[in-house]
Design a protein around this ligand. Structure first.
Ligand code: KIV
Length: 276
């Protein structure tokens, strides 16, 4: 299988083939996502919630993103790796936005970056694209805007906000992003946007008509103990299995049944005897 690129994704939209994307934050899980043949691995700033234990994504830093991106890239052979620009890394100046996007590519090894926002971010997106860095847009319920939205609320339900999301999608498409994540928007709005933009849309809580889907891996594997949004389907429920395995380990350590002989290493008696 060849490495997935922005052109692979464009072709998939044209052929009406769905695009699969999941987050990963470390080498082990990235290797599994890659082995499963998914198209895109997103090093999401959701690592703030599911890996670092923050309440939201706002505290995630560029150094966090570079660190986790490097690990994911080491685990990915074929999947395309996209890395999130965290809060405030692309808001202050165009120069800083390009420099930070460049770090995810040059230090982290990602193939592309993702950033949140539409019309208001177009100048920054253009400058990053001018630096030859592919950009994935992200609109709708953008988690970095949680304080402005007054919580994690579905966006685009009323006329004004639905219009704004369509404008955002069109502005990102026009400036040249290679794909747009639609998060937490009504299914029919996401369908309309998907039909109207030239690039693939990737939905999360945006219904079945998007060109692709993304989920946070810890949520869909049932490994996260915090709040799970309604749009998540648990494809596995690993948490009870993991806790059971850990309890068994504790019991065996306490009972002295682990490690057994086969888990140890041998030394020749002659060497032992000569020690004393
Ligand atoms: O950070 C993230 O995981 C994301 C996805 C949920 C789209 O942005």
């Amino acid at each position: 299988m060849a490495k997935i690129t922005t052109s692979t994704l464009k072709d998939k939209k044209q052929r009406k083939e769905k695009i699969s994307m999941l987050t990963a934050y470390d080498f082990s899980l990235a290797s599994m996502v890659d082995a499963a043949g998914l198209d895109i691995i997103l090093v999401g700033d959701s690592l703030g919630n599911v890996v670092l234990g923050y309440e939201n994504t706002l505290a995630v830093t560029m150094d966090d993103m570079v660190h986790h991106t490097k690990a994911v890239v080491r685990g990915s052979k074929n999947a395309m790796v996209v890395s999130d620009l965290p809060f405030l890394s692309y808001h202050i100046s165009i120069e800083e936005s390009v420099r930070n996007a460049g770090r995810l590519i040059q230090e982290g090894g990602a193939q592309a970056v993702k950033l949140e926002g539409g019309v208001e971010r177009v100048d920054h997106v253009k400058a990053i694209l001018d630096a030859q860095i592919p950009v994935m847009g992200h609109i709708g319920l953008t988690p970095q805007s949680v304080n402005q939205f007054g919580g994690f609320k579905v966006q685009g339900k009323d006329l004004e906000s639905a219009r704004k999301i369509i404008e955002d999608a069109k502005a990102l498409d026009a400036v040249g992003v290679f794909s747009i994540v639609l998060e937490g928007v009504p299914t029919k709005l996401a369908q309309k946007i998907t039909e109207e933009v030239s690039v693939p849309t990737i939905g999360i809580g945006a219904g079945q008509y998007c060109d692709g889907q993304v989920l946070v891996i810890n949520d869909m594997l049932g490994m996260f103990t915090g709040h799970i949004p309604k749009f998540v389907k648990k494809f596995a429920n690993l948490q009870p299995l993991i806790i059971e395995a850990l309890q068994q380990y504790k019991e065996e350590v306490e009972a002295g049944t682990f490690p057994a002989q086969e888990h140890g290493f041998t030394i020749q008696d002659e060497v032992l005897e000569r020690l004393y």
